[in-house]
Design a binder for this molecule. Structure first.
Ligand SMILES: C[S@@+](CC[C@H](N)C(=O)[O-])C[C@H]1O[C@@H](n2cnc3c(N)ncnc32)[C@H](O)[C@@H]1O
Length: 375
């Protein structure tokens, strides 16, 4: 838990607490950065009490909490982010009416004076945020985009210049910078673009997958996933399947090709991932869960759970989230069910899995990945 003293005039005497959700035991992982602070100070220097605000890519709610007096609109694109913003509003006794969250696919009701965001790691995702920023901007709006200087890439500048005519870069402060964008361009397409990925499986069946910008592994089906798919074969004794951390839904779709009747569930924390998997699976006996944990799923339900679990979050690497998901897997897996996952060798998941499951077997291994079966 960390205390912040906001410089906002409207809250001169108050302090805010911003926590990570889910909480992390790794003390080096923070709930905000100097880039967020720098964006906030730009906003303070430019805004008045009557300013209107939209917020993008606010992972844990730093901007949402600080801007609450302005009743901001906060775009969310992760389920965990929604929880985090709600939690931090509660912790700071801010009414949820003050921080209206809407998802990235929703349209703004009217343009705003200021748009605040942290630049994401993925430049594809940054482009989607630029589309939203542009959609929310009027001719006199200002957009503040904060980033740590070590994460700068020239692509940031080329992307923003497609949407705004005027771009200023701040000096560095505490190793952070802010891009200030103004003068939105006249003709801009607000449709979300997507990538197409061709994949041929070991039975020579070729599929073209679609995924929105910002979804995991945009250029090809992830090599770990390709390795996993070689070792997951199912027959008609398997009725209920979960693709955990499903991304664009490739694993679920490949299992659907093997088994037309199975009830297949897909679950992912990222909205863009879930929406992409809907494009790839279409109608059928499958169920999409936009969620960041397995709490809403029934005990002893699944015959098979398959996963390429997450361990990258923006610029952070952590297996804590995966380990929390594995605890949930134990509860929702039938007693004779199987959990098959793929992992980078260096993550050493086996040691952790052995504490949760009775049997942990390595089904396949190469120089980078292993496929592990738990029951
Ligand atoms: C390694 S990718 C695998 C994606 C897909 N299964 C594939 O093979 O291409 C991991 C996925 O985990 C998702 N993720 C991250 N945190 C999550 C959580 N708490 N619950 C569910 N999914 C999560 C990410 O959005 C990402 O799509």
């Amino acid at each position: 838990m960390l205390l912040l003293i906001p410089s906002n005039e409207l809250n001169l005497n108050s302090t805010y607490t911003i926590e990570r959700y889910p909480a992390s035991s790794n003390r080096s992982l923070k709930a905000w950065s100097a880039a967020d602070e720098y964006v906030w100070s730009h906003f303070n220097e430019n805004s008045s009490d009557s300013s209107s605000v939209t917020i993008l890519n606010d992972r844990f709610g730093y901007f949402a909490v600080h801007c609450a007096p302005y009743s901001p609109t906060v775009y969310t694109h992760y389920k965990s982010q929604e929880h985090s913003i709600r939690q931090n509003a509660n912790v700071n006794a801010i009414s949820l009416d003050k921080v209206k969250t809407i998802d990235l696919f929703q349209h703004p009701s009217k343009p705003v004076d200021f748009i605040l965001m942290r630049v994401p790691k993925s430049m594809d995702l940054f482009r989607l945020f630029m589309i939203k920023a542009h959609q929310n901007a009027h001719p006199n709006s200002k957009v503040f985009c904060g980033f740590m200087t070590r994460n700068f890439t020239p692509q940031m500048l080329s992307i923003v210049s497609e949407y705004f005519d005027h771009v200023e870069q701040s000096l560095a402060k505490k190793k952070a910078r802010v891009l200030t964008l103004s003068e939105p361009k006249a003709e801009v397409d607000h449709t979300f673009p997507f990538h197409t990925i061709e994949f041929t499986n070991s039975n020579d069946i070729r599929t073209i997958y679609k995924q929105y910008y910002g979804v995991f592994s945009a250029k090809h089906i992830d090599y770990a996933t390709q390795f996993l798919l070689q070792y997951v074969t199912i027959d008609n004794s398997v009725h209920t399947i979960l693709d955990l951390a499903s991304g664009n839904g490739v694993i679920a779709h490949q299992l659907r090709l093997q088994h037309e009747q199975a009830e297949i569930h897909l679950m992912d924390d990222a909205l863009l991932a879930i929406e992409s998997s809907k494009l790839n699976l279409g109608e059928g006996n499958h169920h999409f869960h936009y969620a960041n944990n397995l709490d809403s799923m029934e005990d002893d339900y699944f015959d098979l759970i398959v996963s390429n679990p997450p361990f990258h979050f923006e610029h952070e690497n952590t297996i804590e989230i995966a380990l929390q998901l594995f605890e949930g897997v134990k509860r929702i897996l039938k007693s004779d069910g199987k959990f098959i996952l793929v992992a980078n060798l260096h993550l050493n998941y086996k040691t952790h899995l052995k504490k949760i499951f009775h049997t942990v077997e390595v089904l396949a291994i190469n120089d980078k990945f292993e496929v592990i079966c738990c029951s």
